[in-house]
Design a binder for this molecule. Structure first.
Ligand code: FPP
Length: 238
């Protein structure tokens, strides 16, 4: 359900596919790692702008299950950036923000993994906003993860086949009790979902912009929100 502020219908949950860091760097003759660094800066500002507008859930696609195929030096640079950023993300917590990681944490280096776990634990009781960082995330992997959990509950006789419905299944995804995405924003001109929030975006609106992610700012967010506000959502009805 969306809420309305000053005549604008706001999405409750926005997902961002932060694409174009590499191209942003290439245009400036910089290494790709500096594109990601600029992308992290944009992320910080966009999350802040979402908070000020009263958006309750923000999900950011930081690293997909497919991104492990990238060159080793780029992966190392991203891991270093994630570590630095997660230290900084503690600053969000003072703002009553809950931080959740979507995806299997096990392939990440131990130091990063323990930072992820402690951020989740220390912010679990925060209620003003939820920021979900999709890291080693894939929409198909998310659905398989929920299916495995359902299978285990069934095997343990904690549920019956009749208990399995969209609500119970959806609640076992990495996003848990978070509402479905209302709006998916993708930067850099590509118009595809790339295995992001497959289940959760069943009725999402899509907003695509040519702007490269490091250049995505509050003005761009405003444009996306205005377009979203003008859409008519019918959820299969008339
Ligand atoms: C896609 O751009 C971007 C990524 C795979 C990484 C996204 C990561 C960040 C924005 C860094 C910040 C995240 C955190 C949690 C600190 P691309 O590299 O595919 O760009 P290209 O398509 O132009 O090559």
């Amino acid at each position: 359900m969306a809420k309305e502020t000053a005549g604008i219908v706001l999405p409750r949950h926005i997902g961002f596919i932060m694409d174009g860091n590499g191209r942003w760097a290439a245009k400036r003759g910089l290494p790709r790692s500096l594109g990601h660094k600029a992308g992290a800066e944009a992320l910080r500002k966009v999350v802040d702008a979402c908070r000020r507008r009263g958006i309750s859930y923000v999900t950011l696609y930081a690293f997909s299950t497919e991104n492990w195929k990238r060159p080793d030096d780029e992966i190392q640079a991203l891991m270093k950036l994630f570590k630095e950023y997660l230290d900084e993300a503690r600053g969000f917590m003072g703002k009553n923000t809950r931080i959740i990681f979507l995806g299997d944490k096990s392939p990440f280096p131990e130091e990063l993994r323990s930072k992820m776990i402690s951020l989740e634990k220390d912010s679990a009781h925060h209620t003003a906003m939820t920021v979900m960082l999709a890291m080693n995330y894939g929409g198909r992997d998310d659905i398989v993860y929920a299916a495995k959990r359902i299978a285990q509950l069934y095997a343990d006789k904690d549920i019956t086949a009749e208990d399995i419905n969209e609500k119970t299944f959806g609640g076992l995804l990495y996003t848990g009790s978070a509402p479905d995405a209302d709006l998916i924003v993708r930067s850099s001109g590509e118009q595809r979902l790339s295995n992001f929030l497959l289940w959760q975006s069943a009725y999402a609106e899509f907003y695509f912009t040519d702007t490269l992610w490091p250049d995505f700012d509050e003005k761009e967010l405003e444009k996306a929100l205005t377009v979203y506000s003008g859409r008519s959502r019918r959820y299969g009805g008339v």
